[in-house]
Design a protein around this ligand. Structure first.
Ligand code: GLN
Length: 589
């Protein structure tokens, strides 16, 4: 047994990812990919994203500016990078895994008000930096992979670019942390850019040199450089970077452009990122003896041994993505279009579903407002193009959204899908749209609407959360953050027939239960609801190949190898009749 080898709770080691030169280098994908490789070595991995902005969380930030707001199991509304970590590393993170300046200052100010600082002058150093260190060390010990003992490695991604004023307290806290933990517990990977200039296409190292110098001036020295470039780096460039950046040449890694991001863990593995990290963090000494703590007895027992990364599955997945041939046009009718980041998880969930059934997704972005009648006069070309695109698509998806822009266009798209038997998936707002559309065009309730868009309508088919009965909602109020449990007896069978299904939510309005009987008579079946029976979770249209709306956001729990059932168009139980709807019913007619 393992008692004599007892592993201290503080044994979690850190891999910090910083970025230099420009933003948008893909630090999130690098952090996730490093996590994938380390996990494939047998190490248990957790992640932290640091966002140096003053917002306490991403919940109030516009998806237009900042990309989608990702929702976690605990209801945390966080940066989209946490979605990347969850999808790549297959972990379940908590809201505390996303640290922001807002959260840190809120906590420091609360402590100051309580008198915790005993009359001291409260300062960025040491109070804010101490708070950051404590937060990192405490959240890194929370297991995120369903096990009970802390992870072996915590990958920390520092948002922004080194040198930003906002990130200075974090850099200082991380410098102190690396110093106190020692090199064998703290590895720094700096992600940088090697641009190409001139007709001869020379790979330029100077921006990287400058950004490493900036980092070193702040007291942090990179152990590994991950250089982004269009083409693979040539050997002499690596040597030059090594010499001027004080990083061993074998630790100069290159992330060149790849056909799809699932290749990034593979190119890092090929360049032996795991060996560099394992050597630096001295895992080789003990990592072959890892222990797991028994919940009841607290005893540690031998768990497994770590070895070279096994990325067989991952390789097959990346290659199958490259080899997708049969393209399927999916119309995505939303408020923010052409902005993949605004609907990142929806796009990823579509990809997971398509890869599972060998289809190549071709997303047709349609601005909902372009479908509206009014646009026919104001911008006729855009209107015609939007309708041609919609009609030329194999299926239609209306994702979540807030506010009334484009709502009439979405209703027209849902009507088109219903009448023409085009596969339709409505997510959150998209489900509410299908209810409004049916109410207006089938039940003849011409003013049917959601309270969100028309507070005075007599036919509030979508209303402020029925059991809360407080109206109006406060602007930017926190969305509902509890998990919803769907009754199995008329829920989704392909979820594996559990007693209930747990999906993530982010909304304030729901279907008004008093309209349910009328809508059901008209053919819109409410096939999934919460255990109280009052909150409608899934609608499905009868006599239609696939017309499904879900109040929850299935995209947040979709994983590369576990696509979400609503996206794969899997079997739904409609009454007692099992309709086996295969992927083709949603992702391609
Ligand atoms: N705006 C709608 C609501 O608040 C839908 C939200 C969403 O789609 N995430 O209920």
């Amino acid at each position: 047994m393992a008692e004599e080898e007892d592993r201290p709770a503080s044994a979690t080691k850190y891999v910090l990812i910083t970025g230099g030169v420009v933003s948008g280098l893909g630090k999130g994908v690098t952090a996730s990919s490093v996590g994938v490789v380390l996990k494939a070595c047998g190490l248990r991995v957790t992640c932290i994203k640091i966002d140096p902005y003053l917002n306490t969380d991403a919940g109030t930030m516009s998806p237009f500016e900042h990309g989608e707001v990702f929702v976690l199991d605990d209801g945390g509304e966080v940066d989209l990078d946490l979605g990347n970590y969850e999808r790549f590393i297959d972990v379940t993170l908590t809201r505390d895994n996303n640290i922001t300046t807002g959260k840190i200052y809120q906590s420091v100010i609360e402590k100051e008000r309580k008198g915790d600082y005993l009359g001291k002058t409260v300062q960025v150093v040491p109070h804010v930096t101490d708070e950051i260190k404590q937060w990192i060390q405490s959240v890194s010990t929370v297991p995120v992979d369903g096990q009970t003992c802390p992870a072996d490695v915590c990958v920390i991604e520092l948002g922004g670019t080194v040198g930003d004023i906002e990130s200075m307290p974090f850099i200082e806290a991380l410098r102190q942390l690396s110093f106190s933990l020692g090199k064998e517990n703290f590895c720094l990977i700096h992600v940088s850019l090697v641009p190409v200039l001139g007709v001869v296409g020379e790979q330029k190292t100077k921006p990287t040199q400058h950004s490493v110098r900036e980092l070193r001036a702040l007291g942090l020295t990179p152990d590994i450089l991950a250089c982004r470039s269009a083409q693979p780096l040539i050997g002499s460039v690596k040597e030059k970077l090594s010499q001027f950046c004080h990083v061993p040449v074998e630790n100069i890694l290159n992330i060149h452009d790849v056909p799809n991001i699932w290749h990034v863990p593979l190119i890092l593995r090929n360049q032996k990122v795991h060996e560099a990290i394992i050597k630096q963090l001295n895992f080789a000494g003990w990592h072959h003896k890892m222990y797991i703590r028994n919940k009841e007895t607290s005893a540690l027992s031998f768990c497994r041994s770590a070895g070279p990364p096994d990325l067989q599955d991952w390789t097959e997945m990346a290659e199958s993505y490259d080899n997708l041939k049969n393209s399927v046009k999916i119309a995505l009718v939303g408020k923010y279009t052409n902005l993949t980041d605004s609907y990142l998880s929806v796009v990823k969930a579509l990809l997971h579903a398509c890869v599972a059934c060998s289809l190549k997704p071709s997303i047709q972005w349609i601005a909902a407002s372009d479908l509206e009648d009014a646009t026919a006069t104001t911008a006729p070309a855009a209107h015609t193009e939007a309708w041609e695109t919609l009609k030329g698509s194999s299926c239609i998806l209306i994702p979540g959204g807030f506010g009334d822009r484009g709502i009439s266009g979405m209703i027209l798209a849902a009507k088109y899908a219903r009448e023409n038997k085009v596969p339709y998936l409505g997510i959150c707002l998209g489900m509410q749209i299908s209810v409004i559309e049916m109410s207006r065009n089938v039940l003849g309730l011409l003013d049917a609407d959601s309270e969100e868009f028309n507070k005075d309508t007599p036919d509030r088919v979508v209303m402020y959360m029925p059991e809360v009965l407080i109206f109006p909602p406060i602007f930017m109020e926190e969305s509902r953050d509890m998990p919803s449990y769907l009754r199995f007896d008329n829920g989704l069978s392909r979820y594996g027939n559990p007693p209930h299904v747990d999906e993530r939510h982010r909304h304030r309005y729901e279907v008004n239960p008093s309209f349910v009987p009328m809508l059901e008579n008209a053919g819109l079946q409410f096939v999934g609801c919460d255990e109280s029976g009052k909150r409608m979770e899934i609608v499905e249209l009868q006599d239609h190949p696939f017309y499904v709306g879900v109040q929850f956001h299935p995209e947040f729990k979709s994983r590369p190898r576990r696509p979400s059932p609503p996206f794969t168009g899997d079997a739904l139980l409609l009454g007692n009749k099992l309709i086996n709807l295969q992927i083709s019913k949603f992702s391609g007619r």
